[in-house]
Design a protein around this ligand. Structure first.
Ligand code: AHG
Ligand code: MN
Ligand code: MN
Length: 330
């Protein structure tokens, strides 16, 4: 059984950038994932549940684990001389990392993270996750980093993935050559390949949406929900919604389902963040044979104009997402 490290080395020719950089990036991600996993597992015992008392840049009540996970990712990327800048859902501005100048050739990677996704589920023992997305800086290495290094279109991602802290802890990633999942064996602290080449199954089984917002949805979304609830064949679609994007996506990609977070009257631009949540999940979706859209256009082709930009987000099997887009057009 491959470990994550062995799998990366075995498949290094499928990655068109430096293998050393790839290994260093994953070394940081694995380290952060294990440190966060350990804290998540004992959250109820270590005063890590509950609010940090801070309202974050998203205008949301930051949880202690949001802040912890943010700091763990920054520290582990700092130590590996491969990342020159990080933007995080939990930080107003991007963070510059001054690496070892002797390794400057490596220090050209930009990482965007949602350090802790699904934070409303922390205190109630429901699956949560971390999401990451990697780009190459656009500005020249001898200049200071600028916003343009972070505001790249999703189609420029070179790596995207997530860690789900669920009934087991799984790291799922793509470098543009399929989607692969690795389960953490906590007894040895190693991720082993458990889900090679994840693809949306041919069955379309589920829809995931917070329909408490139903009255505030655009008409096309309401019609799509009605369509999902109508009898088709012997049964309608099943509704499943956790409230952690990572958890909802992970289930949908394995069992066949669509995830929808539309704009609502309360969140007129949508709720999910383009750079930290939608772009990485969209890259994974497409690599798993699915489609990711804002209801009209491809997520990965959106040109970002600010770090904490939000967008409506739909991802899932191509047929279901295309059907929803048809309803949005009418
Ligand atoms: P985060 O915890 O990083 O702020 O993300 C929460 C997001 C996403 O994970 C989830 O799908 C969605 O918010 C849930 O929102 P609602 O509670 O409005 O359904
Ligand atoms: Mn999130
Ligand atoms: Mn978050």
């Amino acid at each position: 059984m491959y470990t994550l490290g062995e799998f990366i080395i075995e498949n290094r020719d499928n990655f068109s950038f430096s293998t050393e950089a790839l290994l260093r990036l994953f070394s940081s991600i694995k380290l952060a994932a294990k440190a966060i996993n350990k804290e998540v597992n004992k959250a109820g015992l270590t005063e890590k549940i509950g609010s940090s008392g801070i309202t974050n840049i998203q205008g949301e009540n930051q949880q202690k684990l949001d802040d912890f996970a943010h700091r763990v990712f920054i520290e582990s990327f700092k130590s590996r001389n491969v990342v020159c800048g990080i933007a995080s859902e939990e930080s107003k501005d991007f963070i510059v990392i001054k690496g070892d100048q002797k390794k400057a050739i490596l220090n050209q990677y930009i990482v965007l993270i949602d350090p802790l996704d699904g934070s409303s589920n922390i205190d109630v023992n429901v699956s949560i996750g971390s999401i990451f997305s990697v780009y190459i800086r656009k500005s020249s290495n001898n200049l200071s980093l600028g916003l343009e290094d972070f505001l790249q279109m999703g189609n420029k991602q070179i790596i995207a993935g997530y860690i789900i802290y669920g009934s087991s802890t799984i790291l799922v990633y793509t470098t543009g050559n399929g989607v692969h999942g690795f389960t953490l064996d906590p007894s040895v602290g190693t991720f082993y390949l458990s889900h090679p080449n994840i693809q949306f199954p041919n069955i379309e089984k589920m829809y995931s949406i917070n329909d408490g917002n139903y009255a505030r949805f655009p008409e096309g979304i309401k019609k799509f929900i009605n369509y999902c609830q109508e009898e088709k064949g012997d049964r309608p679609y099943t509704a499943r919604y956790i409230g952690s994007l990572v958890g909802d996506f992970h289930r949908n990609v394995i069992q066949g389902g669509i995830y929808i977070y539309p704009k609502t009257a309360l969140s007129p631009e949508g709720k999910l963040r383009l750079l930290y949540e939608c772009n990485p999940i969209a890259f994974l979706t497409e690599q798993a044979g699915g489609k990711a859209s804002d209801g009209k256009k491809r997520i990965l082709d959106i040109k970002p104009y600010k770090l904490h930009q939000r967008t409506p987000f739909i991802c899932g099997p191509i047929g279901m997402v295309s059907k929803l887009e048809e309803f949005m057009k009418k």
